[in-house]
Design a protein around this ligand. Sequence first.
Ligand code: LLP
Length: 432
Amino acid sequence: MTLAAAHAAPLPGAPFVSYRDGRLMVEDVALSELARAHGTPLFVYSRAAILHALAAYQRGLAGREALICYSIKANSSLAILKLLADAGCGFDIVSGGELERALAVGAAPSKIIFSGIGKTRPEMLRALQAGVGCFNVESMAELDALNEVAQSCGQTAPVSIRVNPDVDAKTHPYISTGLKGNKFGIAHQDALAAYRRAASLPGLRVTGIDCHIGSQLTTPAPYLEAMERVLDLVAAIEAAGIPIGHIDFGGGLGIDYDGDAPPAADALWARLLARLDARGYGDRALMIEPGRSLLGNAGVCVTQVLYFKPGEQKNFCIVDAAMNDLPRPALYQAFHRIEPVQAAAPDTPATVYDVVGPVCESGDWLGRERALAVAAGDYLAVLSAGAYCMAMASNYNSRPRAAEVLVCGRDAQLIRRRETVQDLWRDERLPG
Ligand code: LLP
């Protein structure tokens, strides 16, 4: 780290994003320079921040047989996947598309686990032929389908069953997955029967068990509760003569969006491992599927202020990024910090704005009631935008998707060029 960097104040939750001489930097690169060079909206990621977040998991799981399977859905850009594959990660995938992305960056197939409630038979076949490490199966019907597909190509599919531990993750209802009413996993009370069925099918080979209770969890309690419930099941399944080789605890660890204070990954795992050891399962191979906690605070989205619009009740600050680029506020009423890329002089008066995009929907807002001292043409940075932003971006309103840059120290590389309008209609045809 340079001397200047050492004196810079990192922003909350984002240790590699800081102001230096009033300029917002990602590592040693000024966001204003990137915005001028590549245009806006622009996603910028810090390589060091990603590796820093990964290191906390690696420390927490050191000395254990553990595989960190990055959950590709959080951010599926190839350069990000390559970085994580090179750092030793496996991958958690939920579609044939994510499988191809993982294979395209040279991921070891045996380190890929295939989750999701609706795998199609062609997806199963492709994954079997590629040699994925495990299928996380979520229903009886899926067990039967996978068995048939495996038998049709003369293979046995490695399976773990995703159990629903019925634990309240106390997160947003759309990202809570471990409660009885959710579509995910096999109910706790049905899990043993599902394992018996899996063990009886010739095309399947039981290798483990898995659970995932939700996303953006900010306390250890739901993890500990889920672990107790999963270990109770491991005991019952093994008593029925079916060995459980690995335990997959899913993803879900939250990040600091707005003063949230989730446990650090290493501290969380110290507690979980102590409990695992106490219950006599410390020797099991472990898997985890983190997504947001590796990428979320490693990325920002830079946007340019277009216009101000004073309203009767509100002032609007209209920017060039929108819900198609940053869907989380519209979908989950999510909060993302919004900071000026060039800090205002200390006594500049601020105005309270709703920061909104150009999309024709009232739900197209990025931040509400934000005090900002900005002028038209200035750049703003939407923070905590590394996970579930670009990956969920759409072309709504025929808006080409943003470009992406990966920063490493002073170096900044374009990892995705901005889409063009021609890209959008490339596959369309006018009837003859
Ligand atoms: N494993 C499974 C089976 C999952 O369903 C998920 C996320 C993960 C792992 C990774 O969870 P993470 O560590 O990222 O919390 N779009 C929403 C989040 C959806 C999460 C879906 N599943 C958002 O923007 O908040």
